[in-house]
Design a protein around this ligand. Structure first.
Ligand code: SAM
Length: 342
């Protein structure tokens, strides 16, 4: 008979409510830092539950703010919590929390910018797994400002592609919030009208799941848009087995003219005098119909296009550093953009 295993729950000593913490420490949300605090315990717990069972896991929380999500994480009995918060005003309330749980859960408080923080020294070495093993007991959770979360996911995808940082410990999972529209784009499959560069980049290196929406009204102050919660688990083998920067360049250029035939965007990978010939050759090598539109191309087909591009630049290294967006091409770009608007 299968016995359902109840996960351990830690009871924290009485603490002021998050509302009181905000009032006591005068933690008015700063609009310039796009701070929006999630106030509903039910939704906070739902985000943490989306990460799966985190008991005995190392959990990295980015942007803990007054600590609502952090409390929910701690209650689920992780082994260690590492929080990275840029705004120093939150440190005393996080220290209060670290003190309240010190007998049960180790907590590292890092004051700094997640985009500049090396998390590696804070993660215990014994959590390390091989890349092909199931994910290690390491989870990254964050409700970040939208502007930071989009830059961060691109940065993290590149680190995943190189097995760096937290991903030098194996396929660590992520549970993150994004502007709803961005979350939908990340998860958008072939033929979806939301499909874009971010969809292909996320799906090439990770399994992405759109978990649920959070209405803007659940935050204080209320942001203008709703929020989407996604989980990402790095794939054992990426769909596009080529360097991140190369893939990013090819996919970006193909989506640069999203309403046109995809070969139009693909042509911008090459200098003007060889553009049409080279793009056609690349599409032939990849066995892709040139009149396909960008959102009609599957991830595996993008892989074939990237492989063809990689072959071409091996044969013609002078094309490798060609950048359509470089200043001398600005005029061309403006003309293209104008045409797009028409
Ligand atoms: N986690 C809290 C919640 O859900 O209520 C706060 C969320 S608020 C949207 C984002 C938090 O991320 C703020 O506390 C902000 O100071 C912090 N933050 C913003 N940019 C950051 C960065 N680059 N590195 C670390 N933390 C950052």
């Amino acid at each position: 008979m299968a016995v359902a295993r109840r996960s351990l729950h830690i009871r924290l000593p009485p603490l002021p409510t998050i509302k009181d913490v905000i009032r006591l420490y005068k933690l008015r949300a700063l609009r310039e830092l796009s701070q929006n605090f999630l106030m509903e315990p039910r939704l906070i717990d739902k985000i943490v539950r989306a990460a799966g069972n985190i008991e005995n896991n190392v959990v990295v929380e980015v942007g803990p703010g007054p600590g609502g999500i952090t409390r929910s994480i701690i209650r689920r009995a992780p082994r260690k919590v590492i929080v990275v918060e840029k705004d120093r005003r939150f440190i005393p309330s996080l220290e209060l929390l670290a003190d309240a749980c010190k007998d049960r859960v180790e907590m590292d408080i890092i004051t700094g910018d997640i985009l500049k923080t090396d998390l590696t020294p804070f993660i215990p070495a014994d959590t390390k797994a091989d890349w092909l093993d199931p994910p290690p007991p390491i989870n990254l959770i964050g409700n970040l400002p939208f502007s930071v979360s989009t830059i961060l996911i691109i940065r993290w995808l590149e680190m995943i592609s190189k097995h760096e940082g937290p991903w030098s410990f194996g396929r660590a999972r992520m549970t993150l919030t994004f502007q709803k529209e961005v979350a939908e784009r990340m998860a958008a499959r072939i033929l979806d009208k939301q499909r874009c560069r971010l969809s292909v980049m996320c799906q090439s290196w990770c399994t992405i799941k759109y978990k649920f929406d959070i209405p803007g009204s659940a935050f204080l102050p209320k942001p203008e848009v709703d929020v989407g919660v996604v989980t990402l688990t790095p794939l054992k083998t990426p769909i596009i087995k080529l360097p991140f920067k190369l893939v990013e360049k090819v996919v970006r250029q193909i989506f640069s003219m999203r309403q046109k035939y995809s070969i139009r965007g693909a042509q911008t990978l090459f200098p003007e005098d060889v553009r049409e010939e080279m793009a056609l050759r690349m599409y032939e090598m990849a066995d892709i119909d040139p009149v396909t539109r960008p959102y009609q191309i599957a991830n595996m087909e993008f892989a074939r296009i990237c492989e063809a591009y990689s072959e071409i630049i091996k044969r013609y290294p002078e094309f490798e550093n060609y950048d359509y967006r470089a200043p001398k091409n600005k005029f061309v770009e403006i003309v293209e953009e104008k045409q797009e608007e028409m």
